[in-house]
Design a protein around this ligand. Structure first.
Ligand code: M6R
Length: 609
């Protein structure tokens, strides 16, 4: 979604803001803009397209000051044009505003501003309404004007504003969209996301919902909605800037694929004691609480939801608890049956996905306990959950999720085993066996990455195909869905995934000789069934690439081509096989000349509904 950066200090605001926005490019955007305050005037520049266009524009000008705000826009209301880019100005040109989120009642506010206050709008955005409202209420105090304006706004949003009459400060406000602030040697900073500030500091202030922040060159002051001063301690961010840089890789996605063995080792290391036994000290459930769980809802979107589908199989098998997996966007409006004995398990890399956050709130309102698996420390989902389990994936920058997914899977294994041990549904020996297998996962992933040349050859052979589908059974269905999503989002190829047993109930009608099917056959107990499905597809002239375990002699006869992952326990296969599919999608997208890290129309964290 949109990225926000603000700076008030003694250095070059242009430089600070542009470099902050650069670090947020991964969020996805289609236009960018900046507003600086200098000698009682606002200097505003905006461009559609990439940041380079804006940089080229302001680079040659003496356009600079020591205070300002900047923005990268991911279009929701109005096309990605220069006119619709932020910052937006109040009618009198004294106030500039940047905004992330959606104003749901902007139409009625806009109509009122036009009809009753003679305001002339210059853009099609919902955001301009905020600038005009603040302008309308401005009587010499930006904080007071913002407080009055936000009372009229409905939706989820974070805003930052500067005013020519108050050239020393930035005022910001958040409601259900992320916002952080920091003080560093160069001055005060405000941003929508942590990577924007990492170059300057790793100690940040997390801004809570409904809070107003005033940033100057030497202070960050936080107030609640009644203007009571809040005393916030700073949160230290464990990642450094190096973790958020490409470090020689051509794309963040490739870097993040290759980081998987390391981050999985890290996630495991933190949760196993010296004897290699589970030690989930950070999971602050009592034994009684775990024993009392009667039902689990796993709630998540996109890739995180696919992790949840694998998690369902694990929790049911090892902890003996019935589990339903839901899309957050459905759960939040579905009137789910939830009570004090329900555990809602939210999974979110960013911890800021609006649908997941709202689902979490709905669950809590209905009395459920909420456990979240989150990657970003201090994110909204983490803060609002009863229990948090952090994945140690480090910053994930590429829009296509890779290392967050595999660490979410590892987290789900650990949670399922922990619950199972406490509930008495898994023996120490069984849990020990699985932990040993999990410990081998990093080296198995290394082996898959080591076969990159082979994967590249598959990509080269098939990248021009327009239909690539994925089938599997058991947890291979979740892997198939994740594999298909990876391919779709970065290569734009028409793709879907389906449970193999469902093929003959309709979808088989789509099979022609130009269709490529990936058949995932890693689940031993379903292997013969999967072979029959492969035969069915072959009989209808589909081309088939099977993914199977090393040593499988029968599959080579059935499929046209095979990719072998290392021989591993069925339960571990989802963590290993997905790396093949990540690399396949990557190379196909590269051969097709796609923007791999920032695919069209997508944003890294979806903070709007
Ligand atoms: O930050 P979250 O895990 O809550 O994000 C959920 C989805 O938006 C995300 O997984 C999305 O599907 C990715 N682009 C997939 O690669």
């Amino acid at each position: 979604m949109c990225g926000i950066v603000g700076y008030a200090g003694s250095g070059s605001a242009k430089k600070m803001i542009l470099s902050g926005l650069k670090s947020l490019e991964y969020r996805g955007y289609d236009s960018a803009g900046i507003a600086l305050v200098r000698r009682g005037k606002l200097l505003v520049r905006k461009e559609s397209g990439k940041l380079e266009a804006l940089e080229a524009k302001v680079g040659s000008e003496s356009f600079d000051a020591s205070i300002g705000i900047g923005h990268t826009r991911w279009a929701t209301h109005g096309a990605p044009t220069r006119e619709n880019a932020h910052p937006h100005l109040s009618q009198d040109g004294r106030i500039a505003v940047v905004h992330n989120g959606i104003i749901e009642n902007y139409m009625e506010l806009k109509q009122d501003l036009i009809e009753n206050h003679g305001v002339l709008f210059l853009s099609e955005t919902d955001s301009e309404v905020i600038a005009q409202l603040i302008g309308l209420y401005y009587e010499g105090d930006l904080v007071a004007a913002i407080r009055r304006a936000v009372k009229e706004l409905r939706g989820a949003y974070a805003i930052a504003a500067v005013c020519t009459e108050e050239p020393e400060r930035i005022v910001a406000f958040r409601r259900d969209a992320p916002m952080i602030a920091a003080l560093c040697e160069e001055g005060g900073l405000i941003a929508s996301d942590i990577p924007a500030l990492l170059k300057y500091t790793r100690d940040i202030y997390l801004i809570e919902n409904g809070e107003i922040v005033v940033v100057t060159r030497d202070a960050v002051q936080i107030f609640d909605e009644e203007m009571t001063r809040m005393h916030r301690t700073r949160t230290h961010i464990a990642w450094d800037i190096a973790a958020a840089e490409k470090r020689g890789y051509e794309h963040f996605m490739m870097k993040e694929i290759c980081e998987q063995p390391g981050v999985i080792r890290e996630t495991l290391l933190q949760r196993l004691d010296d004897k290699g036994e589970l030690a989930l000290d950070d999971l602050a459930f009592t034994k009684a609480e775990i024993g009392a769980i009667e039902h689990v809802y796993i709630v998540a979107c996109g890739t995180a939801n696919h992790a949840g589908r694998v998690g369902k199989q694990l929790l049911e098998r090892y902890a003996g608890i019935p589990v339903e997996v839901e899309l957050s966007s459905e759960f939040r409006y579905r009137n789910p049956i939830v009570n004090g004995r329900t555990l809602v398990l939210c999974i979110s890399q960013s911890g800021e996905t609006s649908d997941t956050l709202e689902a979490l709130r709905e669950a809590k309102k209905r009395g459920a306990r909420v456990l979240s698996i989150v990657n970003v420390e201090g994110s909204s989902v983490a803060r609002e959950s009863d229990f948090v389990f952090y994945t140690s994936a480090g910053p994930e920058i590429a829009v296509a999720s890779t290392k967050a997914y595999t660490t979410q899977l590892v987290s789900l294994y650990l949670i399922a085993l922990h619950f199972g041990r406490i509930r008495g549904t898994v023996t120490r020996a069984e849990s020990g066996r699985l932990i040993q297998e999990l410990k081998r996962a990093p080296e198995m992933i290394e082996a898959v990455i080591g076969k990159e040349a082979e994967i590249k050859a598959f990509a080269k052979k098939h990248y021009k195909k327009e239909k690539i589908y994925y089938v599997g059974r058991g947890s291979d269905v979740a892997s198939a869905e994740e594999a298909s999503l990876k391919l779709k989002e970065i290569s734009y190829i028409n793709s879907f995934a389906i449970a193999a047993g469902e093929l003959k109930h309709g979808t088989i009608a789509l099979i022609t000789r130009d269709v490529l099917f990936f058949a995932l056959a890693t689940q031993s107990y379903l292997y013969d069934k999967m072979l029959s499905n492969i035969e069915e597809m072959k009989a209808r002239q589909a081309q088939i690439i099977a993914v199977a375990k090393e040593g499988d002699m029968r599959i080579a006869e059935a499929a046209d081509e095979v990719f072998f992952i290392p021989d591993c326990a069925d339960e571990i296969a989802p963590i290993v096989e997905i790396v093949f599919f990540q690399l396949f999608a990557y190379h196909v997208a590269k051969l097709r000349g796609r923007d791999i890290d920032q695919p069209r129309n997508l944003a890294k964290s979806v903070t709007v509904e």
